[in-house]
Design a protein around this ligand. Structure first.
Ligand code: MN
Ligand code: MN
Length: 396
């Protein structure tokens, strides 16, 4: 039975003769983007809940000054440990002065922004961030973000799947919901001072592009925050794997303020694969920045499911579930693994086996001694993969 129709580009749910043509209704564009959903590998088994959500399927909050959209437990119900927000700000656009109960971890994806904050001891932090830079605001610490000349886009991450960035504490809301005589008494000024304050939360608003950072510094009698709120992740020396792929791990050991989010930034080269592994300490929330990939997740009792990913997708792996990520394209996959933890921790299947008595492993898996000799005692993170293509499906 033909696996493809006459024009050769329409995939069909047929694998080695099993299945049949999908005569419609169908969404061919989505089928083309999700070949492992249409034709799962034969090794997939059982029922695993959805582990993927695209930012393209979320509500877009449009404001003068920028936009935001989010993937939370409301979009991806299994993702209880982390929520993510994708936001863009115009040149001068401001995510207004606000705060929230959750910590905020962020990475700049495009452009530059100026961030400001003041901690509980009155120490301020004002800095400019560019592509590949991180910032971290501890829980409850007030802050703002403003796009610089070129505007910007970034990913915000919160260690609480229930978080919503549309549901935070903002300075405009507090002013709007406080009687003007109370504002007058609090600041020691006449009530007329507040004649023109916003009567609702601004969230994002358009302002002028700020001047050079030197011109915006505010002298602080209490000094600067003792631990920096930013980290230049892309400038961090990466772990370079044998195939030339790179891994940059960032957690509280090298970014000390970041005690509630740990991350690794992966560059999986074409023909490479994030090795079979799991994380003993926390669920993994993934964000795909560029490239195309597929991930299979193995759950207890032989359950396994494969998902396809591209830029703007979120993936999720429950704690301790085995998984690997293959690059399925001809460009690098850049992706983030994020954890609601102070530490990045992972267990490599290969390293575990290499450091276990060889007789035991051989008898467990019915493999010979020659296999034991190629196991690696050093963690590889990303390994070479002989290649993978969907059409025609080839498992080399
Ligand atoms: Mn925030
Ligand atoms: Mn992982």
């Amino acid at each position: 039975m033909q696996e493809q129709t006459r024009n050769g580009y329409i995939p069909q749910p047929i694998r080695d003769g099993a299945g049949w043509w999908d005569l419609g209704p169908r969404d061919v564009m989505r089928d083309l983007e999700n070949p492992d959903m249409l034709v799962p590998p034969t090794t997939d088994a059982g029922t695993l809940p959805n582990l993927k959500f695209s930012f393209s399927d979320t509500y877009m909050q449009l404001n003068y000054g920028g936009w935001s959209r989010e993937v939370t437990v409301r979009q991806l119900p299994i993702a209880t440990t982390i929520a993510g927000v994708n936001m863009a700000l115009t040149p001068g656009g401001v995510r207004e002065l606000h705060w929230h109960q959750q910590a905020e971890w962020a990475i700049m994806l495009v452009g530059r922004a100026r961030i400001t904050s003041v901690d509980q001891n009155g120490r301020n932090f004002i800095a400019d961030v560019g592509v590949g830079d991180l910032w971290y605001f501890p829980p409850g610490i007030p802050h703002s973000i403003q796009g610089l000349e070129e505007g910007c886009e970034f990913l915000l991450v919160f260690p609480d799947g229930n978080f919503s960035d549309l549901n935070t504490l903002s300075i405009s809301d507090w002013f709007a919901h406080t009687p003007k005589d109370v504002l007058s008494a609090n600041f020691g000024v006449p009530t007329s001072t507040f004649a023109n304050i916003p009567n609702h939360q601004l969230y994002i608003f358009q302002a002028n592009v700020p001047g050079p950072i030197e011109s915006e510094q505010v002298t602080d009698p209490y000094g600067f925050v003792p631990k920096t709120f930013t980290h230049r992740l892309l400038s961090q020396e990466p772990i370079v794997t044998p195939g030339g792929s790179t891994v940059r791990i960032v957690d509280s050991t090298n970014f000390p303020i970041s005690t509630q989010i740990a991350a690794s930034l992966l560059e999986i080269k074409p023909g490479s694969m994030r090795e079979m592994h799991w994380h003993p300490n926390q669920d993994e929330w993934q964000y795909y920045i560029s490239g195309t990939a597929r991930m299979t997740v193995m759950a207890p009792n032989g359950t396994a499911r494969t998902f396809d990913f591209r830029s703007g997708d979120v993936g999720y792996v429950p704690r301790a579930f085995g998984h690997y990520i293959q690059n399925t394209g001809d460009q690098s996959v850049w992706a983030l693994e994020l954890f609601a933890s102070d530490r990045f921790e992972d267990i490599s299947l290969n390293q575990w086996m290499a450091l276990t008595p060889h007789q035991l492993v051989q008898q467990n898996l019915h493999v010979g001694p020659e296999f034991m000799n190629v196991l690696r005692k050093e963690k590889q993170f990303i390994v070479k993969h002989p290649g993978y293509s969907y059409y025609p499906r080839q498992h080399k």
